[in-house]
Ligand binder design. Structure first.
Ligand SMILES: *Cc1c(COP(=O)(O)O)cnc(C)c1O
Length: 300
Protein backbone atom coordinates (compact mmCIF):
# COMPACT_ATOMS: atom_id res chain seq x y z
CA UNK A 1 0.00 0.00 0.00
CA UNK A 2 1.44 3.40 -0.97
CA UNK A 3 2.08 5.79 1.89
CA UNK A 4 0.01 8.93 2.09
CA UNK A 5 3.21 10.95 1.68
CA UNK A 6 4.01 9.21 -1.63
CA UNK A 7 0.85 10.58 -3.11
CA UNK A 8 1.62 13.84 -4.89
CA UNK A 9 -0.57 16.68 -3.75
CA UNK A 10 0.31 20.34 -4.07
CA UNK A 11 -0.04 21.71 -0.57
CA UNK A 12 0.12 24.54 0.38
CA UNK A 13 -1.94 25.48 -2.66
CA UNK A 14 -0.97 28.73 -4.44
CA UNK A 15 -2.40 32.11 -3.49
CA UNK A 16 -2.81 34.49 -6.44
CA UNK A 17 -4.18 37.99 -6.61
CA UNK A 18 -7.07 38.64 -8.96
CA UNK A 19 -6.91 42.05 -10.64
CA UNK A 20 -10.25 43.39 -11.79
CA UNK A 21 -11.63 46.88 -12.39
CA UNK A 22 -14.67 46.14 -10.30
CA UNK A 23 -12.35 45.50 -7.36
CA UNK A 24 -10.33 48.68 -7.96
CA UNK A 25 -13.53 50.75 -8.10
CA UNK A 26 -14.49 49.61 -4.62
CA UNK A 27 -10.96 49.52 -3.25
CA UNK A 28 -11.12 45.77 -2.53
CA UNK A 29 -8.28 43.29 -2.85
CA UNK A 30 -9.19 39.74 -3.77
CA UNK A 31 -6.89 36.73 -3.69
CA UNK A 32 -7.72 33.26 -4.97
CA UNK A 33 -6.64 30.30 -2.86
CA UNK A 34 -6.15 27.78 -5.65
CA UNK A 35 -7.16 24.54 -3.94
CA UNK A 36 -8.26 23.30 -7.36
CA UNK A 37 -4.55 22.76 -8.05
CA UNK A 38 -4.03 20.39 -5.11
CA UNK A 39 -4.63 17.31 -7.24
CA UNK A 40 -6.05 16.82 -10.76
CA UNK A 41 -8.52 14.11 -9.72
CA UNK A 42 -9.50 15.31 -6.27
CA UNK A 43 -11.14 18.70 -5.78
CA UNK A 44 -9.14 20.56 -3.18
CA UNK A 45 -11.56 20.69 -0.33
CA UNK A 46 -12.34 17.01 -0.81
CA UNK A 47 -8.66 16.26 -0.35
CA UNK A 48 -8.50 18.37 2.80
CA UNK A 49 -11.56 16.56 4.15
CA UNK A 50 -10.20 13.10 3.31
CA UNK A 51 -6.65 13.63 4.51
CA UNK A 52 -7.05 12.85 8.23
CA UNK A 53 -9.76 10.30 7.55
CA UNK A 54 -7.32 8.37 5.40
CA UNK A 55 -4.63 8.68 8.05
CA UNK A 56 -7.09 7.38 10.63
CA UNK A 57 -8.20 4.51 8.38
CA UNK A 58 -4.55 3.49 8.00
CA UNK A 59 -3.99 3.69 11.73
CA UNK A 60 -6.90 1.30 12.20
CA UNK A 61 -5.41 -0.97 9.52
CA UNK A 62 -8.56 -0.61 7.48
CA UNK A 63 -8.29 -1.73 3.87
CA UNK A 64 -11.68 -0.45 2.67
CA UNK A 65 -13.33 2.96 2.68
CA UNK A 66 -17.11 3.13 2.47
CA UNK A 67 -19.02 6.33 1.90
CA UNK A 68 -22.35 7.70 0.69
CA UNK A 69 -23.45 10.15 -1.94
CA UNK A 70 -25.77 11.14 -4.75
CA UNK A 71 -25.13 10.04 -8.31
CA UNK A 72 -23.22 13.27 -9.11
CA UNK A 73 -21.34 13.65 -5.86
CA UNK A 74 -17.81 15.10 -6.06
CA UNK A 75 -17.13 13.40 -2.76
CA UNK A 76 -17.84 9.94 -4.23
CA UNK A 77 -15.44 10.65 -7.08
CA UNK A 78 -12.79 12.04 -4.75
CA UNK A 79 -13.03 9.00 -2.45
CA UNK A 80 -12.67 6.69 -5.45
CA UNK A 81 -9.60 8.63 -6.60
CA UNK A 82 -8.03 8.69 -3.13
CA UNK A 83 -8.58 4.93 -2.80
CA UNK A 84 -7.05 4.36 -6.22
CA UNK A 85 -3.92 6.41 -5.55
CA UNK A 86 -3.36 5.42 -1.94
CA UNK A 87 -4.45 1.80 -2.12
CA UNK A 88 -7.81 1.30 -0.43
CA UNK A 89 -10.72 -0.70 -1.71
CA UNK A 90 -13.57 1.81 -2.02
CA UNK A 91 -17.30 1.26 -1.77
CA UNK A 92 -19.75 3.97 -2.79
CA UNK A 93 -23.33 3.70 -1.53
CA UNK A 94 -25.40 5.71 -3.97
CA UNK A 95 -28.80 7.26 -3.25
CA UNK A 96 -31.63 5.93 -5.40
CA UNK A 97 -31.79 3.34 -8.12
CA UNK A 98 -29.12 2.19 -10.50
CA UNK A 99 -29.35 3.81 -13.93
CA UNK A 100 -27.48 2.22 -16.79
CA UNK A 101 -25.39 3.23 -18.54
CA UNK A 102 -23.70 4.89 -15.57
CA UNK A 103 -23.44 8.66 -15.72
CA UNK A 104 -19.90 9.92 -16.41
CA UNK A 105 -19.37 10.75 -12.76
CA UNK A 106 -20.13 7.22 -11.49
CA UNK A 107 -18.44 5.70 -14.52
CA UNK A 108 -15.29 7.56 -13.52
CA UNK A 109 -15.58 6.29 -9.92
CA UNK A 110 -15.92 2.71 -11.18
CA UNK A 111 -12.95 3.17 -13.52
CA UNK A 112 -10.90 4.00 -10.42
CA UNK A 113 -11.97 0.75 -8.83
CA UNK A 114 -14.90 1.85 -6.70
CA UNK A 115 -17.59 -0.73 -6.06
CA UNK A 116 -21.04 0.84 -6.25
CA UNK A 117 -24.13 -0.25 -4.38
CA UNK A 118 -27.52 1.47 -4.30
CA UNK A 119 -29.91 2.32 -1.49
CA UNK A 120 -33.51 3.31 -2.17
CA UNK A 121 -34.34 6.80 -0.99
CA UNK A 122 -36.18 5.73 2.17
CA UNK A 123 -33.32 3.49 3.36
CA UNK A 124 -30.83 6.17 2.34
CA UNK A 125 -32.38 8.57 4.81
CA UNK A 126 -31.55 6.09 7.62
CA UNK A 127 -28.21 5.06 6.12
CA UNK A 128 -26.27 5.43 9.35
CA UNK A 129 -28.78 3.49 11.48
CA UNK A 130 -27.41 0.29 13.07
CA UNK A 131 -29.77 -1.79 10.89
CA UNK A 132 -28.42 -0.43 7.62
CA UNK A 133 -24.81 -0.40 8.81
CA UNK A 134 -25.10 -4.06 9.86
CA UNK A 135 -26.47 -4.88 6.45
CA UNK A 136 -23.52 -3.07 4.83
CA UNK A 137 -21.05 -4.95 7.05
CA UNK A 138 -22.68 -8.24 6.06
CA UNK A 139 -22.23 -7.30 2.43
CA UNK A 140 -18.76 -5.73 2.52
CA UNK A 141 -17.04 -6.90 5.71
CA UNK A 142 -14.94 -4.40 7.66
CA UNK A 143 -14.67 -0.85 6.37
CA UNK A 144 -13.76 2.64 7.48
CA UNK A 145 -16.88 4.77 7.25
CA UNK A 146 -16.72 8.29 5.84
CA UNK A 147 -20.01 10.21 6.09
CA UNK A 148 -21.90 11.66 3.14
CA UNK A 149 -20.06 14.68 1.77
CA UNK A 150 -17.07 13.66 3.89
CA UNK A 151 -17.88 16.17 6.64
CA UNK A 152 -16.86 14.82 10.04
CA UNK A 153 -14.52 15.97 12.81
CA UNK A 154 -11.39 14.84 10.94
CA UNK A 155 -12.57 16.66 7.82
CA UNK A 156 -12.87 19.90 9.77
CA UNK A 157 -9.37 19.41 11.16
CA UNK A 158 -8.09 19.16 7.58
CA UNK A 159 -9.93 22.31 6.44
CA UNK A 160 -8.74 24.23 9.49
CA UNK A 161 -5.23 24.10 7.99
CA UNK A 162 -6.25 26.07 4.90
CA UNK A 163 -6.19 29.61 6.35
CA UNK A 164 -3.00 28.78 8.23
CA UNK A 165 -1.25 28.39 4.86
CA UNK A 166 -1.99 32.03 3.97
CA UNK A 167 0.82 34.38 4.87
CA UNK A 168 -0.79 37.72 3.98
CA UNK A 169 -3.19 39.69 6.15
CA UNK A 170 -6.82 39.40 5.14
CA UNK A 171 -10.21 40.28 6.54
CA UNK A 172 -12.64 37.73 5.12
CA UNK A 173 -12.23 34.32 3.54
CA UNK A 174 -15.02 33.01 1.29
CA UNK A 175 -15.99 29.51 0.21
CA UNK A 176 -18.93 27.70 -1.36
CA UNK A 177 -21.08 25.56 0.96
CA UNK A 178 -22.67 22.20 0.25
CA UNK A 179 -22.65 20.46 3.63
CA UNK A 180 -20.83 23.37 5.31
CA UNK A 181 -17.94 21.21 6.54
CA UNK A 182 -15.35 23.22 4.66
CA UNK A 183 -16.63 26.52 6.06
CA UNK A 184 -16.79 25.08 9.59
CA UNK A 185 -13.16 23.98 9.41
CA UNK A 186 -11.82 27.10 7.75
CA UNK A 187 -13.50 29.37 10.31
CA UNK A 188 -11.76 27.48 13.10
CA UNK A 189 -8.36 28.22 11.55
CA UNK A 190 -8.73 32.02 11.45
CA UNK A 191 -6.94 34.61 13.53
CA UNK A 192 -8.86 36.97 15.83
CA UNK A 193 -10.73 39.61 13.82
CA UNK A 194 -10.92 37.55 10.64
CA UNK A 195 -14.25 36.28 9.29
CA UNK A 196 -15.34 33.35 7.14
CA UNK A 197 -18.20 33.81 4.69
CA UNK A 198 -19.92 30.81 3.08
CA UNK A 199 -22.12 30.89 -0.01
CA UNK A 200 -24.84 28.25 -0.03
CA UNK A 201 -25.21 26.49 -3.38
CA UNK A 202 -28.43 24.93 -2.08
CA UNK A 203 -31.84 26.51 -2.21
CA UNK A 204 -33.23 27.09 1.28
CA UNK A 205 -29.73 26.76 2.72
CA UNK A 206 -30.65 28.36 6.05
CA UNK A 207 -30.43 24.95 7.76
CA UNK A 208 -26.70 25.04 7.01
CA UNK A 209 -26.20 27.49 9.87
CA UNK A 210 -27.29 24.80 12.34
CA UNK A 211 -25.21 22.17 10.60
CA UNK A 212 -22.05 24.28 10.64
CA UNK A 213 -22.58 25.17 14.28
CA UNK A 214 -23.18 21.50 15.21
CA UNK A 215 -20.10 20.36 13.29
CA UNK A 216 -17.96 22.96 15.04
CA UNK A 217 -19.28 22.07 18.49
CA UNK A 218 -18.69 18.35 17.87
CA UNK A 219 -15.15 19.01 16.63
CA UNK A 220 -13.85 21.97 18.61
CA UNK A 221 -16.23 22.02 21.58
CA UNK A 222 -17.62 25.42 20.58
CA UNK A 223 -19.13 27.44 17.76
CA UNK A 224 -16.32 29.81 16.76
CA UNK A 225 -18.84 32.59 16.02
CA UNK A 226 -16.67 34.16 13.28
CA UNK A 227 -18.59 32.96 10.22
CA UNK A 228 -21.78 33.63 8.32
CA UNK A 229 -23.57 32.19 5.30
CA UNK A 230 -25.06 34.07 2.33
CA UNK A 231 -28.07 32.07 1.13
CA UNK A 232 -29.20 34.22 -1.83
CA UNK A 233 -26.77 33.11 -4.52
CA UNK A 234 -27.88 29.52 -5.19
CA UNK A 235 -29.18 30.47 -8.68
CA UNK A 236 -32.10 28.04 -8.49
CA UNK A 237 -30.61 25.38 -6.23
CA UNK A 238 -28.08 22.58 -6.19
CA UNK A 239 -26.72 21.78 -9.66
CA UNK A 240 -29.08 24.35 -11.16
CA UNK A 241 -27.84 27.19 -13.30
CA UNK A 242 -29.39 30.18 -15.00
CA UNK A 243 -28.55 32.75 -17.63
CA UNK A 244 -27.12 35.20 -15.12
CA UNK A 245 -24.67 32.63 -13.80
CA UNK A 246 -23.66 31.48 -17.29
CA UNK A 247 -23.07 35.09 -18.37
CA UNK A 248 -20.99 35.68 -15.26
CA UNK A 249 -18.87 32.58 -15.95
CA UNK A 250 -18.31 33.70 -19.57
CA UNK A 251 -17.35 37.21 -18.63
CA UNK A 252 -15.10 36.01 -15.79
CA UNK A 253 -13.33 33.67 -18.19
CA UNK A 254 -12.86 36.49 -20.74
CA UNK A 255 -11.37 38.77 -18.10
CA UNK A 256 -9.24 36.21 -16.25
CA UNK A 257 -8.71 33.26 -18.59
CA UNK A 258 -10.06 30.92 -15.98
CA UNK A 259 -13.31 28.94 -16.14
CA UNK A 260 -15.19 28.58 -12.87
CA UNK A 261 -16.88 25.35 -11.81
CA UNK A 262 -20.55 26.27 -12.02
CA UNK A 263 -21.95 24.00 -9.29
CA UNK A 264 -19.92 25.57 -6.50
CA UNK A 265 -17.16 28.05 -7.22
CA UNK A 266 -19.01 30.26 -9.74
CA UNK A 267 -21.90 30.78 -7.33
CA UNK A 268 -19.49 31.93 -4.63
CA UNK A 269 -17.67 34.24 -7.04
CA UNK A 270 -20.93 35.66 -8.36
CA UNK A 271 -21.97 36.27 -4.75
CA UNK A 272 -18.67 37.98 -3.91
CA UNK A 273 -18.86 40.35 -6.89
CA UNK A 274 -22.54 41.10 -6.16
CA UNK A 275 -21.80 41.92 -2.55
CA UNK A 276 -18.88 44.12 -3.60
CA UNK A 277 -21.19 46.02 -5.99
CA UNK A 278 -23.73 46.36 -3.17
CA UNK A 279 -21.04 47.92 -0.99
CA UNK A 280 -21.22 45.09 1.57
CA UNK A 281 -17.46 45.17 2.17
CA UNK A 282 -15.80 48.33 3.52
CA UNK A 283 -13.20 50.04 1.32
CA UNK A 284 -9.77 48.62 1.90
CA UNK A 285 -11.06 45.11 2.61
CA UNK A 286 -8.85 42.17 1.64
CA UNK A 287 -10.79 39.06 0.64
CA UNK A 288 -9.69 35.50 0.00
CA UNK A 289 -11.86 33.35 -2.28
CA UNK A 290 -11.20 29.63 -1.97
CA UNK A 291 -11.34 27.89 -5.34
CA UNK A 292 -12.44 24.64 -3.73
CA UNK A 293 -12.36 22.71 -7.00
CA UNK A 294 -12.32 23.29 -10.71
CA UNK A 295 -13.45 20.07 -12.26
CA UNK A 296 -16.37 20.67 -14.54
CA UNK A 297 -19.22 18.58 -13.25
CA UNK A 298 -20.19 16.05 -15.84
CA UNK A 299 -23.61 16.12 -17.46
CA UNK A 300 -25.67 17.39 -14.55
C1 LIG B 1 -18.02 19.46 -2.17
C2 LIG B 1 -17.60 20.79 -2.67
C3 LIG B 1 -17.92 21.98 -1.96
C4 LIG B 1 -18.75 21.98 -0.72
O1 LIG B 1 -18.03 21.60 0.44
P1 LIG B 1 -18.81 21.37 1.81
O2 LIG B 1 -17.73 21.08 2.78
O3 LIG B 1 -19.70 20.17 1.61
O4 LIG B 1 -19.60 22.56 2.14
C5 LIG B 1 -17.45 23.18 -2.48
N1 LIG B 1 -16.75 23.23 -3.63
C6 LIG B 1 -16.45 22.13 -4.35
C7 LIG B 1 -15.69 22.27 -5.62
C8 LIG B 1 -16.87 20.87 -3.90
O5 LIG B 1 -16.59 19.77 -4.62
Amino acid sequence: MAGISDFAVQVPSPLVELRDMALDRHDIRLYLKRDDLIHPDIPGNKWRKLKYNIASAKEQNATSLLTFGGAYSNHIRATAAAGHYIGFRTIGIIRGEEHLPLNPSLDYAVSLGMHLSYLDRASYRTKTSPAILNQLHDMFGEFYLIPEGGSNELALAGCKELPQEIDINFDTICCACGTGGTLAGIAAGLRPGQQALGFSVLKGGDFLRNDVSDLQRRTFGEDTGNWSIACDFHMGGYARRNRELDDFIESFERRHGFRLDWVYVAKMMYGIFSMIEQGKFPQGTTLIAVVTGERQPLDV
